[in-house]
Design a protein around this ligand. Structure first.
Ligand code: PEP
Ligand code: MN
Length: 269
């Protein structure tokens, strides 16, 4: 890992606050729909995931879609609904930014800015989020090496923003039964090389809801600081990523097990 200065500095403590949470210390459970579809959907989902034990609410307003004909997200209108859901539930919120032009707008609404996998090496975007002081969740590119990913984080850190959370969301391999292949050795590697907090996204990592629980547990056992899980009040009606989206009841069961495992992991440390 040459050329890294800040990311791999093991003397640094990269813990920081989001609401009442201390990132890097408290177990992070980010849950919510792939996309904000309407006001009712995000508010109902927010209330339900809070009840299930999630501590940050996710919801995409600007969506990176493979097809230009697919739903592209509600944009700023969606962010307004997300903020309303925050006001009702008290949950901090996270949403993706896709363009440097949107950084200022998004920063007005969210507690954490998400850089999506497809933009991991959009260097202008990385520099732009590095120049503002909202925390950033940086997803690993679908074909990025760990070195490239940590260098992407370095771009943000170098600009002065040291509130970075890494997110392993699966990489593209020859396997196509799953949407991506979750690289849990990357979680262990990041933990060895850096003090940066890291979460795993088993939703995009597998593309299959029946695999979310096992991969959530495996992620925590690998040393992850938390999870980001696509959850919808009514997954079957989800406009995007329906096959990998669980309902709040399923989320509750997963969180219960994940919390137990996390306690056990702390005990054997
Ligand atoms: C998402 O979190 O909704 C998303 C688009 O994820 P990724 O960038 O990992 O594909
Ligand atoms: Mn999604």
């Amino acid at each position: 890992m040459d050329s890294l200065k800040i990311a791999t500095n093991k003397k640094k403590n990269f813990n920081f606050k989001v609401g009442n949470l201390t990132i890097g210390k408290d177990l992070l459970i980010i849950a919510g729909p792939c996309a904000i579809e309407n006001k009712d959907q995000i508010i109902q989902t927010a209330k339900a995931v809070k009840k299930s034990g999630a501590n940050i609410l996710r919801g995409g307003a600007y969506k990176p879609r493979t097809s230009p004909y697919s739903f592209q997200g509600l944009g700023e209108e969606g962010l307004k609904y997300l903020l309303e859901a925050k006001k009702i539930t008290g949950l901090p919120i996270i949403s993706e930014v896709m363009d440097t032009k949107e950084v200022q707008t998004i920063s007005k609404y969210v507690d954490v800015i998400q850089i999506g996998a497809r933009n991991m090496q959009n260097f202008e975007l990385l520099k732009a989020v590095g120049k503002q002081n909202k925390p950033v969740l940086l997803k690993r590119g679908p074909s990025a090496t760990i070195n490239e990913w940590l260098n992407a984080a370095e771009y943000i850190l170098k600009e002065g923003n040291e509130k970075v959370i890494l997110c392993e969301r699966g990489i593209r391999t020859f396997e196509n039964y799953t949407r991506n292949t979750i690289d849990l050795s990357a979680v262990a590697t990041v933990k060895n090389l850096t003090n940066l907090p890291i979460v795993v996204d088993p939703s995009h990592g597998t593309g299959r809801k029946e695999l979310i629980e096992s991969m959530s547990l495996a992620s925590i056992a690998s040393g992850a600081d938390g999870l980001i899980i696509e959850t919808h009040i009514n997954p079957n009606e989800s406009i995007s990523d329906k096959d990998q989206t669980i309902n709040p009841k399923e989320l509750f069961k997963i969180i219960k097990k994940v919390k137990k495992l996390n306690e056990f992991m702390k005990k054997i440390k």
